[in-house]
Design a protein. Structure first.
Length: 251
């Protein structure tokens, strides 16, 4: 019996070690940077075609509520942002977001230990809090902001420009920090802010960035095309757990 207990303990420790190795493999930064499958992308295009405000959004947004229009509730200087709702299949959450949220949450060894080893607290329950699509035109932008929630994400659905061409425009070519069309994370505060640029091109369609909601980020304008940049963004909440930062706008 003792031998069996020892064997079970070793197997349990091995399982935990493998899980942490998996987490460390994918979470190299404060965010996840992954590719979505064709199935998930097709699903997102489908719900984009059927805009629908989240349940109770009228109650949450109050006087800012404008039906399916999300602009009044978001930080973006973008002419068209529309609320979406994961349909009854809940595919985007079950296929992608739930796994990503758990990977990010269990990156903190204390969380993993308390839930899976010591078993002194229940496992977290994650839910999609808000979901919307941005139709960004040239010259439009998203100023530095963070989100309301525990985790947030952006999916690049359509990118009509290439960062190399955008960085060769006169306004960028003459700069020591070309940024036209970039997505950018901002780490730190005051004079110690570190800008992490994520240049974008059509090759990034289907890419998702998943990050803590408190992480400040911005989106620079692009130029030279009438085509729209289309992105899907959203926030994830964790039931029963206080927000890790003061409440802010969804985006």
């Amino acid at each position: 019996m003792v031998k069996q207990l020892l064997q079970d303990t070793v197997e349990e420790q091995s399982k935990h070690a493998l899980y942490q190795e998996l987490i460390n493999k994918y979470v190299q930064n404060l965010w996840l940077d992954m590719r979505l499958t064709k199935e998930v992308m097709d699903y997102l295009w489908d719900i984009i075609s059927r805009p629908n405000p989240p349940e109770k959004m009228e109650e949450v947004a109050g006087p800012k509520f404008r039906g399916t229009k999300a602009n009044y509730y978001l930080a973006g200087n973008i002419s068209k942002s529309i609320w979406l709702q994961d349909d009854k299949s809940n595919l985007i959450f079950e296929k992608v977001l739930q796994d990503f949220a758990e990977i990010m949450y269990y990156k903190n060894w204390e969380n993993y230990y308390n839930i899976h080893i010591a078993k002194i607290v229940p496992a977290p329950v994650f839910q999609v809090q808000e979901l919307w699509v941005n139709y960004q035109k040239q010259h439009e932008f998203n100023p530095p902001h963070n989100h309301n929630g525990f985790y947030s994400f952006v999916v690049f659905m359509k990118i009509p420009t290439h960062w190399k061409e955008q960085h060769e425009l006169p306004i960028s070519a003459n700069s020591n920090s070309p940024a036209a069309s970039n997505f950018q994370f901002l780490l730190g505060q005051g004079q110690t802010v570190q800008a992490i640029a994520i240049p974008l091109s059509p090759e990034d369609e289907g890419r998702i960035l998943f990050f803590p909601s408190w992480l400040t980020h911005q989106v620079f304008p692009f130029y030279g095309t009438e085509e729209e940049r289309i992105t899907v963004s959203g926030n994830i909440k964790m039931d029963g757990v206080p927000l890790p930062h003061p409440k802010s706008d969804p985006q």
